[in-house]
Design a protein around this ligand. Structure first.
Ligand SMILES: *Cc1c(COP(=O)(O)O)cnc(C)c1O
Length: 487
């Protein structure tokens, strides 16, 4: 496919600016000649219809959950009901400005206030900040709160964050962004935190433990209460990575497990479309004793029933995002939670777990499943049984595209060799899951009978197999030639 720059036809853009009625300026005087461009801007020129066709064509290359099943583990690509979009584009929400006086945006403030309360209720926490724009930023804010808490207690020597070896890559990255050192905790043969290893690594230099429960293998940390007690006893705090709350929402609460700080990804669990860069919301919540450290400002309900901001919080870690977060995402999450109700939230969770176990059970007939036990919302399989035919997880993932499915997450978590991580989510029907299982069975058969077919997949796409690392190693971020050079 050609780039816009290559489709450039000089003079085809018929848009004209209206003739202005402002006085002429002396350009020499306004801008020194040394700052003048010597060449034209090189912006492509296309007629409106050609531009529309270009972007429509591009959209056909993309794949989203509205096209088909997207079982990308750890990413919760659930279907996002359109009513959420409807709510977010209501003019009273979409056309307001963050600098408007609070008394003119009471509805928006009430929505944010209510949303943070609902999130706190779902997690067993006291209070949430909606500011962070993504899960990783929620982690950063949460870790800043941990640091501020220890500083407040004159306990700044605590500069270690413990993180299990199965953790999402953002966890160690966020810890190091905030200035902590990371100490890794081993997983045991059951895929859970190794308690002996944890004990040996706790000490008065440990600021806290970051945990995902269920972990990235989709397994519930059954020792969570003991883990929480151990960490608290040694003076550390417990951070819950709740990017994917689908596994427990409405049933179990991180607050009840002993976690002090959590973040959720509204763009995964609470039905905001994601992938491709946002916008998202990595809301961060805390127990009461950490409330003073939450980002500024908080949204408060005043004694007279109106809503406003509170910036007067001296212990706050400060602002982590311009204004109050990605408000549109908050509207979608609010609508999602309200339209399901707490009963529906629980049901979504149960269905997500049921779907994952149904899939796991059926895939176990053809694929190796290293921790083959009751899982939560996702599970990890491998390509071990297909290795004898020269097949890797990558090949199976690519072949799935030919069947109209998005591949699972592969090569994560890092502790599983040739991992394929499946998360069907609650929004797939049994019929859809059966079709998917049939495709996976067909691929397993092809691996045995015609491995070349799998190794060279995908065959049905415009772009065939791409170099997995070139885009990251040698990014080309700019069209090499100005289009003015070409015409
Ligand atoms: C997605 C995810 C994150 C990071 O969220 P972003 O919004 O992509 O920054 C962190 N932890 C887990 C477990 C996740 O699945």
């Amino acid at each position: 496919m050609k780039l816009l720059f290559e489709k450039n036809v000089k003079g085809s853009n018929n848009f004209r600016f209206p003739i202005h009625d402002l006085p002429e300026i002396d350009l020499q005087e306004t801008l020194p000649e040394t700052h003048w461009r010597e060449t034209s801007l090189g912006i492509p020129e296309l007629s409106e219809v050609e531009a529309v066709r270009h972007f429509t064509e591009l959209s056909h290359y993309a794949f989203g959950v509205d096209d088909g099943m997207y079982p990308l583990g750890s990413c919760t690509m659930k279907y996002n009901p359109k009513i959420n979009e409807w709510a977010a584009i209501q003019p009273g929400f979409a056309n307001i400005h963050p600098y408007q006086p609070p008394e003119t945006v009471q509805g928006a403030l009430e929505l944010m206030y209510e949303l943070q309360l609902m999130l706190a209720n779902i997690g067993g926490m006291t209070r949430f900040s909606l500011q962070p724009a993504a899960g990783a930023q929620g982690e950063m804010a949460g870790l800043m709160i941990i640091r501020a808490f220890h500083k407040y207690n004159n306990d700044e020597k605590r500069n270690i964050i413990l993180i299990p070896d199965s953790a999402h890559g953002t966890n160690p990255a966020s810890a190091s962004v905030v200035g902590f050192k990371v100490r890794e905790i081993r997983s045991n043969e059951k895929g859970r935190v190794d308690l002996e290893d944890l004990k040996s690594k706790l000490g008065n230099d440990v600021a806290g433990l970051m945990l995902t429960n269920p972990n990235t293998l989709g397994l519930f940390e059954t020792d969570i209460l003991e883990i929480s007690e151990l960490v608290h006893k040694s003076g550390g705090l417990l951070y819950y990575d709740g990017a994917n709350l689908n596994a427990i929402m409405g049933i179990a609460r991180p607050g009840d497990m002993g976690f002090d700080i959590v973040h959720y990804n509204l763009h995964k669990t609470f039905a905001t479309p994601h992938g491709g860069g946002g916008p998202g919301a990595g809301t961060v919540g805390v127990k009461e004793f950490l409330e003073p450290f939450l980002p500024n400002p908080t949204i408060e309900k005043m004694a007279d029933g109106t809503y406003g901001f509170n910036n007067n919080r001296p212990l706050s870690i400060g602002k982590v995002k311009t204004f109050y977060g990605n408000f549109g995402v908050c509207v979608k999450a609010y609508t999602y939670i309200k339209s399901l109700g707490m009963q529906g939230i629980r049901q979504a969770c149960e269905q997500a777990v049921l779907n994952a176990n149904y899939l796991r059970h059926h895939l176990a007939e053809d694929y190796d499943i290293p921790y083959n036990e009751l899982c939560k919302h996702e599970f990890v399989a491998t390509s071990k049984k297909q290795e004898q035919f020269g097949i890797r997880a990558l090949d199976i993932a690519k072949r799935l595209i030919d069947f109209g499915y998005h591949p699972p997450t592969i090569y994560f978590p890092l502790i599983v060799h040739e991992a394929m991580m499946f998360e069907p989510t609650e929004t797939e029907s049994k019929e859809r899951l059966d079709d998917f299982i049939a495709a996976m069975k067909q691929i397993a058969k092809e691996c045995r009978e015609n491995p070349e077919l799998v190794k060279t997949a995908p065959h049905s796409t415009i772009i065939k197999r791409v170099d997995e690392t070139r885009a990251a190693r040698t990014p080309i971020l700019k069209f090499p030639n100005n289009c003015s050079d070409r015409n």
